[in-house]
Design a protein around this ligand. Sequence first.
Ligand SMILES: [Zn+2]
Length: 75
Amino acid sequence: MKPFQRTGSIRKIYRRVPSGKSKILVKRERRNKSNCAFCKRPLRGDLRSVQRIYGGYLCHICLKNLIKMSMRGNS
Ligand SMILES: [Zn+2]
């Protein structure tokens, strides 16, 4: 194992390779699904991307409301 792989945040799978030796497969733990900061709905698809404004932070409904509020100037 490489030094950066010696951590508790990875999953190790012991797999026997065709040559008969056993090898450690290293898999990263999947990140938790991010939720909307307002309504706590789980974000999915492009809502989790960072290119989008408030991506990975607000859902489309709350973002719509936020933009509306900011345009009206009462946020
Ligand atoms: Zn929301």
